[in-house]
Design a protein around this ligand. Structure first.
Ligand code: UDP
Length: 479
């Protein structure tokens, strides 16, 4: 958003923002709230108790204090952001990652809905200015029902690229033409999705490639995409010019507002704490490293690996002789969490490689020493990488990451594949890393990434497309 200019408009709009509980959703929801507040929209940000506790533990901030209070944008007042912690109805220490299916049951069966209904009902009753819109993550399958209950407009917040929205939105066509949910699945390119010229079935999101499409996860996604048909707005963290055909087509079907990139970086250095894990500071380590020499390796907040995969990546990094920072999140290997690295690995790479459980990714990407990003292609990571002009070595694991890879490597040519196919072997990894970090391939990628970055930057200017869509959204709310 155009935050440098003081664009605060006085409006009587009041939005309740309800993010999904994982990192890749909390980050853009936080920034969206800041952007809207700067434009005069009153925000009540709902955070789940367990998320609040994780962030508090990670950051050492005072529990339950409004984290937005600490933010200022130089001379620009941040606006009115209120903060409320709500329970999702399960005990705070319930293992929502390890017991994902039970958790999905809880939220499909309405347990979480009831909690949010209570909390939102109270806010609606007691707040001034009156709440007029619920901005809620697209992955909540009862989002529009919740908004209607209180006579609010519903803005669905989609934190992934438009192409992924488009594919889920048209899943009935994939079924009809037998690319999904049938025994004799077709393997030829898919060329009938509106706004999408062609896509290879191997580039569909993992959930649309699964053999069994009747799992709780599938039901949950399909319910959410049934619900999204009746919302008033879809706010998407993408840019019109970046996904032109897909977005233009979606706009003929649904009020689709591309308002990205929504990134937790920008003109301000002061940030609201959002990390679910304590951040290791890598700046000192990066300081003496030469320009563009370090490979940053991270697979985001959700992807899990087998112990064997972690071993192969470790040997690949070791044998590449490239300098690296590797974010190895706690519980990356769920079933065998101990001793996941080769014996002596840390000694072997001392001085040229560090392993951290979590870090401030944006700070690492913006450092002059960072020259490449070995990424799982989570959408926030892709946008952050483009923003800081760091080309990508792609190893998607699941969900939208598979489709995002196609955008990065095949369409925009700002990254290359780590390997062909899903199996990874140390020799291939080390050869690819060595090649990628040598100057030549990155020179070509660099030019493309700069162009893509310019496009994102233009969208946020006063006359840019994303800025116009945000203003349009706010004007619509006021009607
Ligand atoms: N991230 C971070 N530190 C890390 C790894 C990731 O701050 O060590 C942030 C990253 O900047 C991004 C988010 O976590 O904003 C991950 O979102 P993404 O969509 O890339 O992946 P997901 O975690 O949803 O798979």
């Amino acid at each position: 958003m155009n935050m440098e200019a003081n664009s605060t408009q006085n409006t009587n709009n009041h939005a309740i923002v309800c993010p999904f509980h994982r990192q890749g959703h909390i980050n853009p929801s936080t920034k969206l709230s800041l952007n809207l507040a700067l434009k005069g929209v009153t925000i009540t940000f709902l955070n789940f108790e367990h998320v609040q506790q994780e962030i508090t533990k990670a950051s050492g901030c005072q529990s339950n204090n409004n984290p937005f209070k600490a933010v200022n944008f130089g001379q620009t007042p941040v606006g009115d952001i209120r903060y409320q912690v709500v329970s999702d109805g399960l005990p705070v220490d319930f293992d929502r990652t390890g017991r994902l299916m039970e958790y999905l049951d809880w939220y499909m069966s309405g347990g979480m809905y009831d909690q949010l209904e209570k909390a939102i009902g109270k806010i609606v009753l007691e707040s001034t200015p009156k709440v007029n819109v619920l901005i809620i993550d697209t992955f909540y399958p009862w989002a529009s029902k919740l908004a209607r209950k209180f006579g609010l407009r519903c803005a669905s917040f989609w934190t992934q690229p438009a192409i992924v929205f488009n594919l889920y939105y048209h899943v009935h066509l994939l079924r009809h033409y037998r690319h999904f949910d049938c025994l004799d699945k077709r393997i030829d390119p898919i060329d009938y999705i509106p706004g999408l010229k062609s896509i290879d079935p191997k580039d569909l999101m993992s959930f649309l490639q699964d053999k069994d499409p009747s799992t709780k996860m599938h039901k949950h996604i399909f319910h959410a995409f049934h619900d999204v048909r009746s919302v008033d707005y879809v706010l998407c963290n993408s840019v019109q010019e970046l996904e032109h055909d897909t977005i233009s087509t979606l706009q003929t079907l649904i009020p689709f507002y591309p308002i990205g990139p929504i990134l937790l970086s920008g003109p301000t250095k002061t940030r609201v704490p959002t990390s679910l894990w304590a951040e290791s500071n890598c700046s000192e380590w990066l300081k003496p490293k030469s320009h563009g020499s370090v490979l940053y390796v991270s697979f985001g907040s959700l992807a899990n690996f087998s112990k064997n995969d972690v071993m192969e990546i470790a040997y690949g990094l070791m044998d590449s002789h490239v300098d690296f920072i590797w974010v190895l999140r706690p519980r990356t290997v769920l079933d065998e969490p101990n001793d996941i690295l080769p014996i002596g690995f840390e000694d072997e790479v001392r001085g040229r490689g560090i392993i951290v459980p979590w870090t401030d990714q944006v700070t690492v990407l913006s450092h002059q020493a960072t020259g490449g990003f070995l990424t799982h292609c989570g959408w926030n990571s892709v946008l952050e990488s483009i923003w800081h002009e760091v080309s990508m070595l792609c190893f998607p694991v699941f969900a939208d990451q598979i489709t995002n890879r196609k955008l990065v490597v095949d369409d925009w040519k700002i990254g290359v594949n780590l390997c062909e196919g899903r199996t990874i072997q140390r020799a291939e990894i080390s050869a690819k890393i060595k090649y990628f970090m040598s100057q030549k391939p990155r020179e070509v990628l660099k030019e493309n990434i700069r162009e893509t970055r310019n496009l994102l930057q233009s969208a946020l200017k006063a006359d840019g497309s994303s800025e116009k869509y945000v203003n349009k959204f706010i004007e619509e709310l006021a009607k």
